[in-house]
Design a protein around this ligand. Structure first.
Ligand SMILES: *Cc1c(COP(=O)(O)O)cnc(C)c1O
Length: 353
């Protein structure tokens, strides 16, 4: 049978509520906290899972002029918004396989190795450069930087990346010193070191451009940012069924919860396939208005059980909000704030407000 335009809609049973004002407010806060530096935005991994196009559109309008993606495919995803309006940096750099696309893209590769410098040096096009200041992930070692000075590069951002900016450890000042040593050897138009947590380390770390990601989306990894950063993403799920458990009744896979008294529960349409991982089993919570509804037993692939003793009015078809305040949810689940935000699944209908 041909698919008809007239097929009835299928209303979602799980939604991701996205607060566009909170996203923009977070960028403005991070831009202010960056002092003289301009804040860019890391929108890699599809805008940390929230939708790179929707995020980029809002941040462009707010005044953001530097966007950071991981891959060329991600650069292409936002190109119709950014072309002619903002700079895009591809953090994973430039492979041979990327050259054909990169040569006709407005985005810049972040050159991470001497091989990439050679690959790009005849392009006649701009790039950024990553210095390895001690994280030992991507980037060119300070000792190797003199070798690139002969290459005819048009360098915009000379950057490095902090490994432990969320902690007060000597590695931060060590990296700062190494980065500055690198800047004595290579120069570009602009300098850039700090991610979200790095912004909170203070003016010494700001340079010309900062690169917040996590905190745009509601992540708080340093006390200095608490109270300044707003939650952006809230999963909501619909109640599919309610039932009464009696003392001794067991619930869910491997009987992860046993009732000690009679009480009502609700089964809701969200599970680990949506990114609500098993770390929330018996520890996560949902809200109906401001009433907390604890997760009971194991999170299933498509379902979670919650205790609705405190909200007896709830029934089939009602909606509940997930407690997805990232610092709280991380503490409850043992998952990192990064994993929590980027892991939200494809089944949610995204609803920007
Ligand atoms: C992901 C990333 C960022 C953003 O980091 P957050 O910790 O999410 O703020 C900045 N710079 C680089 C090089 C990155 O890979």
């Amino acid at each position: 049978m041909p698919i008809s335009d007239a097929l009835p809609a299928i209303p979602p049973c799980a939604k991701l509520k996205l607060d566009g004002d909170a996203l923009v407010a977070n960028w403005k806060t991070l831009n202010d906290l960056s002092g003289k530096a301009q804040a860019g935005a890391a929108v890699k991994a599809d805008g940390y899972g929230l939708g790179a196009v929707e995020v980029t559109r809002r941040l462009l309008e707010a005044g953001c002029r530097d966007f950071f993606v991981a891959t060329w495919k991600e650069a292409r995803q936002i190109a119709s918004l950014t072309n002619g309006n903002a700079a895009v940096s591809v953090l994973n750099g430039i492979r041979n396989e990327d050259m054909a696309f990169a040569m006709q893209s407005d985005a810049k590769p972040v050159l991470n190795s001497l091989e990439q410098v050679v690959r790009w040096s005849s392009s006649g096009r701009p790039c950024d450069l990553m210095i390895n200041s001690g994280m030992n992930r991507l980037g060119i070692n300070v000792d190797d930087l003199p070798a690139i000075n002969a290459a005819p590069l048009i360098i915009d951002l000379v950057m490095s990346h902090l490994a432990s900016a969320d902690e007060d450890v000597p590695q931060n000042t060590d990296q700062l010193e190494d980065y500055k040593a690198g800047l004595e050897i290579v120069s570009g138009k602009r300098t850039s070191l700090a991610n979200s947590a790095g912004i909170a380390l203070g003016a010494d770390y700001h340079f010309d451009c900062t690169r917040p990601g996590l905190s745009l989306y509601g992540g708080v990894q340093r006390a200095e940012l608490a109270g300044h950063i707003k939650q952006v993403a809230t999963p909501q799920a619909q109640i599919l069924q309610t039932r009464r458990l009696h003392s001794g009744d067991q619930l869910g896979y491997n009987a992860g919860y046993t009732a000690k008294r009679s009480h009502d529960i609700a089964i809701i349409a969200m599970g680990y396939a949506d990114g609500y991982l098993r770390g929330f089993s018996n520890t996560g919570r949902f809200f109906a208005d401001n009433v907390a509804l604890p997760v009971l037993g194991r999170v299933s692939m498509d379902l979670v059980a919650i205790d609705i003793s405190a909200a007896p009015q709830l029934g089939e078809g009602h909606w509940v909000n997930c407690d997805y305040n990232l610092p709280n949810a991380s503490a409850m689940s043992g998952l990192s704030q990064y994993e929590l935000i980027t892991g939200l699944g494809q089944r949610f209908s995204h609803e920007w407000g």
